[in-house]
Design a protein around this ligand. Structure first.
Ligand code: HEC
Length: 151
């Protein structure tokens, strides 16, 4: 009896534990999407190439801004940010803009405006608040990347 009890004491927690782990795993499997759920923008190959080249320019802007903050070089920050501001927004062909979903434009437009805000605030603000503003700008990069794909 004593022997049986100790075997139960040993097996029961293990059984419970493995059941718990098993159900946690199946919960996790249900929560993780099986495929890529991002929305297609349906750009044709030429539009897509142009779009992605603008994206790489935005990354270059972020790089220049961060390096400029590190060096406390206001001119460098301004020059880097200006590339991805209104100028880039205006450069988007009307044919492409018309086809972009509203939700996409609602993230994209303000992102270019945030670069313009960096241009203006780089004249006067301290480096820590410029870094904070850059971090906030990059939340838009993340938000849009999570939702859309260029093909
Ligand atoms: C309004 C939407 C949107 C915003 C805002 C946005 N992106 Fe993108 N970006 C995209 C999409 C869509 C792709 C293509 C993703 C795909 O097809 O897998 C992309 C791709 C890229 C790429 C890959 C380029 C290549 O050659 O493949 C880089 C780099 C990039 N983005 C940088 C940035 C940075 C940096 C920011 C913010 C400063 C930013 N993006 C903001 C939508 C956005």
């Amino acid at each position: 009896m004593g022997r049986r009890k100790s075997l139960l004491n040993f097996l029961l927690p293990i059984t419970c534990l493995s059941m718990l782990v098993g159900s946690a795993q199946s919960l996790q499997a249900a929560a993780v999407p099986t495929g890529d759920r991002r929305v297609h923008l349906n750009l044709d190959p030429a539009e897509r190439a142009e779009f992605l080249s603008e994206m790489r320019q935005m990354l270059a802007s972020i790089q220049g801004i961060i390096a400029g903050i590190g060096e406390e070089d206001r001119e460098r920050i301004i020059e880097a940010a200006r590339y991805s501001g209104n100028r880039m927004a205006r450069a988007t062909p009307a044919s492409v803009r018309a086809r972009l979903p509203k939700e996409f434009r609602e993230i994209g437009g303000p992102t270019h405006m945030l670069f313009e805000e960096i241009v203006i605030r780089a004249e006067t603000d301290d480096m820590a608040s410029l870094a904070e503003l850059t971090g906030r700008t990059m939340q838009n990069c993340l938000a849009c990347h999570a939702r859309f794909r260029a093909d």
